[in-house]
Write a protein that binds this ligand. Sequence first.
Ligand SMILES: O=C(O)CCC(=O)C(=O)O
Ligand SMILES: [Fe+2]
Length: 338
Amino acid sequence: MNNNQKETTIKGKTAEYTEEINNMPTPAIPTVDLSPFFTAGDDESGRKKCKDMIAEACSDYGFFQIVNHGVPLDLMNQAMELSKTFFNYKDELKRECSSSPDSPLPAGYNKQPDHSPDKNEYLLMFPPESPFNVLPTNPPDFRKILEEMFKYFVKTGEILEAIINECLGLPPNFLKEYNNDRSWDFMVTLRYPPATETENNGITEHEDGNLITIVLQEDIGGLEVCKDGEWIPVIPSKGTLVVNLSDVIQVLSNKKFKSATHRVVRPKGGHRHSYVFFYNLQGDKWVEPLPNFCSAIGVRPKYKGFYYKDYQALRMRNKTHPPSTPEEIIRIGHYEIL
Ligand SMILES: O=C(O)CCC(=O)C(=O)O
Ligand SMILES: [Fe+2]
């Protein structure tokens, strides 16, 4: 074989290989069955399998889906239907459910301002007992269902937090004790208008600032997660919830677990609805990489410490005083030690 022939053969192989890669299906976000955490008895091996899958998903993607998570399907369906009914009301009626402009917290109904690149409207609530909530009286039952959804999501958040605690090898109940105040949790139900011929942004790419986010998205899809520079659609499936890890976990674990970059692309053909629950941290908590992931293993901390409320205030400012370029938006990188 002369050199020329050799080159042709190698080139041929490379072309085949490239084609193979290009034709490979986009990797799906892993789906984890949480039933071993709900069944009585000691299904240790079932639990271990879940934990292994979750640990891998958290370091690869910061995203996974869950089934058999304890939130009743009927409740989720009802919540979605009521949300659709509510958002179909006229603006004046929805605005009756907005908090006053001087309210310290942005509860109730709101719509993204026209200048925002994000196109959606939403109803935001804090824990059911919060005095800041402005909850709708119509459609009847909506308020009750929202409160129920909230309570179930808190339970799911607690289970996920306990699993992540184990996946990270932290002392038993470490995260539970650190994150022992549920008053900063909040839930949003959103409606996105259909994409137009020229524009389809629902929510611009971002990371969530909290600990763990739980999403119920409608069958129409639209949620996407970024992995190695590629956008992967999160395919909806009946009864499934999407989980994404957020900034606080990324900082505590010194980047062992990822706060996933994600976005919403509005599908064509109809409105898109979702519920998003932010399992959060109380503002006075100090956030910094835990010694387990730096000093104890001889690795430098990748972030400076900060009070959670200070980071939240900076994120809020991104919204109230949008910077002129996307690079100036404050994200968790603000605290990164380079
Ligand atoms: O609506 C969704 O599916 C996700 C929204 C989201 O990423 C967010 O509100 O932070
Ligand atoms: Fe998000």
